[in-house]
Design a protein around this ligand. Structure first.
Ligand code: APR
Length: 244
């Protein structure tokens, strides 16, 4: 079914209205939100997994077989993230928290661009590129030590790898936010990686309005309350008029 311009305009108006009426807005973001900051997504045709092996670089087996290669790759990604600037989509979400009484960002992204744009409540369900964690005692450090000064264990990026559990307290808070919100925006994610991809269905079951913002269709699209086909930096500022 094609969406005429009128339909798209009516959808934007309805989403703006739902945001204006909402007490609690939750936003689930993925790599697409940082694409317009120059950070590659994972599964687009030119994405990270088209060029690098997740088994080698985003798994415990890959790390244990070549820790230096994995640490160097994450140092490279950290440098890219630190050079990148938040885009209009990040800034719109930061502005949203000053418009609605409660605003929670649940992000799969590890680049910290939401925080740099000014968002205050950000739940990082896949960790972040800034911190390293001891593989044995879980001590968090932000320096470049490769062996834990406390216990001698291997330091590794504090990013969730394939096959690993998400930080339980963070994911529980994300589920709670999705259960309690009036509107869930799902922006820039392929909605393929679980358990993060289960969150929109938690919100739907709880009766929230779930709005997907993505230039492409995803497996979530047919289940979302509404879908806006567009990019994050173009659409989000239109949904939050106060953002500049
Ligand atoms: N604005 C909005 N969405 C965009 C844009 C944009 N400018 N550009 C691309 N997208 C969409 C794509 O259509 C795709 O649906 O962003 C999505 C990116 O999907 P993925 O690359 O799969 O990224 P993500 O969903 O965040 O991946 C989830 O997978 O590899 C793991 O841990 C990694 O957190 C990541 C997780």
């Amino acid at each position: 079914m094609t969406t005429s311009h009128n339909d798209a305009s009516a959808t934007m108006d309805l989403v703006r209205q739902r945001l204006a009426e909402a007490h609690h807005v939750c936003i689930l973001t993925g790599a697409g939100v940082s694409a317009e900051s120059g950070i590659a997504t994972f599964r687009d045709p030119d994405g990270i997994w088209a060029r690098f092996s997740p088994q080698e670089l985003a798994s415990m087996d890959g790390f244990m077989s070549n820790p230096d290669r994995v640490r160097d790759w994450y140092a490279h990604r950290k440098a890219i993230a630190e050079t990148a600037q938040p885009n209009a989509g990040h800034r719109a979400l930061a502005a949203l928290q000053d418009v609605v009484p409660e605003c929670t960002i649940v992000t799969q992204n590890v680049d910290r661009l939401h925080q740099r744009a000014g968002s205050r409540r950000v739940l990082e369900v896949h960790g972040n590129l800034i911190e390293n964690r001891c593989n044995d005692c879980s001590k968090i450090r932000t320096d470049d030590e490769i062996m834990c000064p406390d216990c001698g264990g291997l330091m590794r990026p504090n990013v969730v790898w394939f096959g690993e559990n998400l930080p339980a307290d963070v994911f529980q808070a994300a589920e709670e936010a999705c259960r309690r919100c009036d509107v869930l925006l799902v922006v820039g994610t392929s909605a393929e990686v679980y358990p993060a991809a289960s969150l929109p269905y938690v919100a739907l079951r709880a009766g929230a309005t779930v709005v997907e913002v993505n230039p492409n269709q995803t497996s979530l699209t047919p289940h979302a309350t509404m879908a806006i086909h567009g990019t994050s930096a173009d659409v989000l500022p239109q949904l939050v008029p106060e953002s500049v």
